[in-house]
Design a protein around this ligand. Sequence first.
Ligand SMILES: [Zn+2]
Length: 678
Amino acid sequence: MNNPLLENSTLPQFSKIKAKHIKPAINALLAEARKTVEQQLQATSKYTWENLIDPIENVEDKLNKAWSPVSHMNSVVNTDELRDAYNACLPKLSEYSTEMGQNKALFNAYQQIANSDEYSLLDIAQQKIISNALRDFRLSGIDLDTEKQQRYKEISQELSRLSSKYEENLLDATNAWSKLITNVEILSGLPETALSLAKQTAESHDKEGWMISLQFPSYMAVMTYAENRELRQEHYTAFATRASELGSNEKWDNSQIMEQTLALRHEKAQLLGFNNYAELSLATKMANKPEDVMHFLEDLADKSWRHARKDLSELQAFAKQYYNISQLQAWDMGYFSEKMRQHYFQLSQEEVKAYFPVTRVIPGLFSVVEKLYGLKISEITNFDSWHPDARFFQIKDESDQLRGQFYLDLYAREKKRGGAWMDDCVGRKKPADSIQIPVAYLTCNFTPPTGNDPALLTHDEVLTLFHEFGHGLQHMLTQIDYLSVSGINGVEWDAVELPSQFMENWCWEKESLELISGHYQTGEKLPDDLYKKMLQAKNFQAGMIMVRQLEFSLFDFTIHQQYDPSKGGQIYNTLNRIRDQVAVVQPPEFNRFAHSFAHIFSGGYAAGYYSYKWAEVLSSDAYSLFEEKGIFDQTTGKAFLHKILEKGGSQEAMKLFIDFRGRVPNIDALLRHNGIAA
Ligand SMILES: [Zn+2]
């Protein structure tokens, strides 16, 4: 059978790819990959980059290039057939990677290259690929004895079972609670959209009236807008006790799962020679040791606490003055914060949107990066696509070299996954003859245009677009010739958000706003008073938001770092201790936050939640150099391009940052950008 996924085309042939092609292609490519590894291992006993790593990178590149359009189409033009084929391949891919991670002969071959005379002749990117690979073999338990390796496998399987059980309990507990309301006055304060959601929810349960639930949009709407204080209290209580011993059904209680998870993570870390799971987590991150993370978080907390305290007392004063509430409860915070925001800023999203038509924002975004990095971006209209909405662009540099290409798929539609993301379609690498040019997908879910008007973006959507484009630039502008560390590949988890958050800064500067905004009917530029209101609203309650994130980060890191098998998880003792230290708002005794903290118990953020703030420090600090030199300063722009964006994961993020900034990162710029004085 002709299979477009197996033909060697420069760009995916989306229009020809059908569900029936997927399994045969992935099976064939996985078989080829396995065969290549075996053949190369057996062909010689003296391993080199050329006879081992290069062939493996090539065959895995073929696999990536076939899988990438499949996974992309599954996300943006989903059908039942596509989804089935996609899901059927997932376990095969993960089996392949586990198998490689535990292949002793392969590990020995990498080790041999690392110890050989050739190693010092390889370039930095190649050396980094080898050291990353050796690290990952070790983290897969490769040099443990058979008995320990067996235990390692058991722990890994049990952890993955616990993680999905945690998630299931949370989901079931969330779905189990609802409240039917037949008198709409009880819901007064809720906006039209929230009311119609509640009505729809009731209808889907064959009920008359309005139904609220623990789904986030419903919960958020009640917490933010419902005037009825008892309703807020009831809803808050249900939400805050989900999946705990205080929740609606003990079969969804996550308590035991959390205890077991922490114990097994600790055991796994110790098997691999670490003192605790926090150390294991940092083995693949930019932060070196647990003390660095703790100091970082405590320092930020120290500097933000006073500001957070002030945010809270302003809120308390506001509630007292206008609503005569003297004791704010946990279920009042969101409600009065929203009242206060409306009272002081009166910022209408609708008004702002009129100045951000997509027809202005997209060319404006391109002008910003053209000015910053000396690039040229042009649209190509003749290309193979998955949907008529998709557009295709090329990026060339000053010497007219093609540097990267990207697809842009902006609008929400049925069968397209929500949210916004950048994904890699083709990665840069250098085969024998010519360079493989990187290709990215930039996907958003903006409201499509209606009638003859262009789509209008909220300022948040503009930020999202810049954010994803920042990820895209790191992927596309890389000059690294080896796949595993080119572009976003191999970049440490806590540094990945640097280029993306960095780009967001240009959405707040007057000089760049002139490039990206203009009234969709009159072309009139963003009025000064509107701009001023946007800036004021930007940092509303920034102190409270900051210490809350720090509370989560410190809690996550501490329970993993200080785990003591003789004492067990100490989950709420630790959380309470940290709250005493950094929080300005103390939730009620019955709050069971950790029972639904899925990021760390079932996501990838265990002992890594701090990454959000860590990367924000990097992006703010990098941007502060532009504030010093001018936000369109060409020299600084080129420095960022050459020293950060082009380098990908070829060197440690800290080294690259110091190269660019001339010193280690510091938190002052982040505090300043949040309106929190350092
Ligand atoms: Zn991001």
